[in-house]
Design a protein around this ligand. Sequence first.
Ligand SMILES: [Mg+2]
Length: 268
Amino acid sequence: MKFTVIFLFSFLLLNSCRPPQANDLFQAVLWMQTSPEYQAQCLQTYDQAVKLLPQAVADTGWLAALEQPSCDPTLPPAVILDVDETVLDNSPYEGYLIRNRQEYQTESWERWCQLAQAKPIPGAVEFCRKAEQSGIKVFYVTNRKANLHEATFQNLQKTGFPLSLGMKSILPKTTSSDKSERRRQIAGEYRIIMLIGDNLGDMAGIFTGSAISVRQEALQKYASNFGRCWFILPNPAYGDWDGALFGFDYKLAQEEQRRLKETRLRSF
Ligand SMILES: [Mg+2]
């Protein structure tokens, strides 16, 4: 009994002296929510994409998707954008997780998505409208699940994004997070001229769920696509870059994920 009490007391004392563990999302989310530096990066990415639209439309050999190495030059042009952190800003969801000391969970995520209250990412509405006005079909290929299709449609509509094919403008997650199959589907009817996302899987399947070294090699291989037909937006909060740090084993406890992350840290 005495031993238990001493043990418990020591345990409490030790833990009260230890500073609370910082939430991994804290700095990243504040940067995204408050810094003009983040906004400027989004704007410059979309501005560059807008500037290249006329050239991409005119050049029938301008192809963005690896799933479409060649195509019928008469196919109408299309652009594909991801949704989360590409056209819609979900940082209030991350803010909720930080403030309530919670981890990502499907239930809370879907509750946020159902509200359809996400604001647009800077530059995204302007880009999509410009594309639509130039006769380019705009598709949103997302890994949000089918049960969020309607809410996502409402959110995009509310924020002014073109949805000329109605609900069909949005392709939600099927059985796989790999978006290759959905790009292939669009490639059957359209010439895909640009891919825009915050995760490299929004550009090519090789980046989805792959090890850091594989992702780095693929980046080198396709380097010339960036800023031309592939456009990447910053996302320091989450993504495959983060999952790759702990082998995409999302079932691991936070502490273990953190331990694995620390092994990746370079220092002098
Ligand atoms: Mg995304």
